[in-house]
Design a protein around this ligand. Structure first.
Ligand SMILES: NC(=O)C1=CN([C@@H]2O[C@H](COP(=O)(O)OP(=O)(O)OC[C@H]3O[C@@H](n4cnc5c(N)ncnc54)[C@H](OP(=O)(O)O)[C@@H]3O)[C@@H](O)[C@H]2O)C=CC1
Ligand SMILES: CC(C)=CCC[C@@H](C)[C@H]1CC=C2C3=C(CC[C@@]21C)[C@@]1(C)CC[C@H](O)C(C)(C)[C@@H]1CC3
Length: 426
């Protein structure tokens, strides 16, 4: 008997319709609140959660008009169109993704790094031509640009949800419960595409991730234009963020075996996550420093740089180890266990130490990105705090997926490797 192509999803994720509904409403609110709790200019030098002047303005009618401007919406659309244009015209290798349930394969155009370099070149040209004051638009129009990205993420979520009901679509195993709130959030269709243009991988690596870097550069220009100098803390934060984005796009093909691409549908979670959450919350440390320069000094800078290096080393070597192994290479002769599923599981090296060593490296880097902001406000530690929750939840989701994929072999692996992210803790 042939297996059904799109079986109904039996279990909810993210605490079902109530959890996914709440996250859908709360995440945009948090993104705006992180701005108003840490506004772009005030003289007492700290971000105060629920500080009066900022929140007092929320009630005024001019507040609602300040959320959206046609100009910023046009700039955002131009930005998005630029990333699509770059995808279309920059020559690139096409890489095959993992085999899909229907036995077919998708092919992906690998030119995200070239897009990053093109965008960086254009930004550098503008700064060289007009000085740092000539590239503060993104920093100075934060809220209307945030709103434009939110409109784009909602529009794409609705488009993909509605088009997922077209005959013959391959649905995500986790996004076909029949509950519209849950499935809209998780995403019904696994790989929504327009011809050879894959919407999910495009959004995950280009318009949001590269905009994060562009926002950081604009914020550094804002600091330079306002205070006449770039602080060591701003240089570290922008360099670390840029390094992370460059690394993601340099290793573009690795994304094709990750959970979001292989398992999750493209719904509001990834649309909003890619287009709004990443650029407008991941750049919070740089936005704080643009208006509150914090001087670290040589020893402080060196200590934070060492922490970033440690985090990156764990992140990159563990991801590379698994990716190499999944591509049939085992240069370090690592031990592994054969499974009934057919794929092998590493049981030595990083993946014999922790079940998600890459998450530990990523979290260490997240802390290194916040430390340059000092102790003026807890708000700039939002990213490591949120990220810890996200990765713990992601690890639990991945464990559940792996238990489904590997059955008892996964239990045997967990016996060998009992800790997930933090040695002897979790
Ligand atoms: N900055 C951010 O906001 C975010 C960053 N990330 C980062 O993305 C990266 C990828 O994370 P993620 O997508 O969660 O997936 P992972 O890279 O952690 O991969 C999980 C998959 O790896 C395979 N696997 C697990 N154990 C082993 C083993 N012992 N040997 C071989 N293969 C194994 C399994 O898939 P299979 O066996 O089927 O191949 C499992 O489903 C991480 O570095 C994470 O930190 C993730 C989310 C957000
Ligand atoms: C509740 C909520 C808002 C969830 C959204 C989660 C998303 C922000 C993340 C889910 C997986 C992601 C990945 C990256 C960015 C954040 C999201 C989209 C990533 C592109 C960052 C760069 C890394 O090098 C990466 C390519 C490994 C990574 C892939 C997963």
């Amino acid at each position: 008997m042939t297996k059904e192509l799109n079986p109904k999803t039996k279990e909810y994720s993210f605490f079902g319709p109530i959890g996914t509904g709440a996250i859908t409403i709360l995440t945009p609110v948090i993104t705006y609140l992180l701005y108003y709790a840490c506004p772009n200019s005030y003289d007492d030098g700290t971000c105060k959660l629920l500080q009066k002047p900022a929140l007092g303005r929320l009630a005024g009618s001019d507040f609602w008009y300040s959320l959206f401007t046609l100009e910023a919406f046009a700039v955002y659309l131009a930005w998005y169109a630029f990333t699509v244009f770059a995808w279309a015209i920059i020559p690139a290798q096409w890489v095959r993704g993992t085999q899909l349930r229907d036995g077919s394969y998708k092919y992906y155009k690998m030119n995200a790094l070239a897009t990053l370099l093109m965008a960086t070149g254009l930004a550098a040209g503008q700064i060289l031509r007009a000085g740092p004051e000539g590239f503060t638009y993104f920093a100075d129009n934060w809220i209307p640009l945030l709103t434009a990205s939110l409109v784009m993420s909602i529009a794409q979520s609705v488009f993909c949800y509605v088009s997922s009901f077209t005959q013959g679509k391959l649905l995500a195993l986790g996004g076909n419960t029949g509950n519209c709130v849950h499935d809209f959030f998780i995403g019904r269709e696994l790989n929504p595409s327009i011809g050879s243009f894959d919407i999910k991988t495009f959004n995950e690596l280009r318009p949001g991730l590269i905009l994060w870097w562009i926002l950081d550069i604009s914020l550094a220009c804002r600091q330079l234009a306002t205070f006449g100098q770039l602080t060591d803390s701003m240089i570290l934060v922008v360099a670390f963020h840029g390094w992370y984005v460059f690394d993601a796009l340099y290793n573009e093909s690795i994304i094709l075996t990750q959970m979001d691409i292989v398992h999750d549908g493209f719904g509001y979670m990834l649309a909003f996550g890619d287009l709004t959450w990443v650029p407008f919350t991941y750049s919070l440390q740089a936005r704080f420093l643009a208006y509150h320069p914090n001087i670290l000094g040589p020893s402080g800078s060196a200590a934070i740089a060492a922490l970033q290096l440690l985090g990156y080393y764990i992140f990159r070597t563990s991801n590379a180890e698994k990716n190499e192994f999944r591509n049939g290479k085992n240069p370090k002769n690592l031990q592994y266990m054969q499974t009934k599923r057919g794929t092998k599981l590493l049981t030595s090296g990083w993946w014999g130490t922790l079940r998600h060593p890459n998450y530990l490296g990523d979290l260490i880097m997240a802390l290194a990105w916040s430390l340059p902001t000092g102790s003026l406000t807890p708000l700039t530690y939002f990213y490591p705090a949120y990220f810890t929750v996200l990765l713990i939840h992601r690890a639990l989701r991945d464990d559940a997926h792996c238990r489904e994929k590997y059955g008892d072999d996964w239990n045997a692996y967990v016996e060998k490797v009992p800790y997930c992210i933090f040695p002897y803790v979790f």
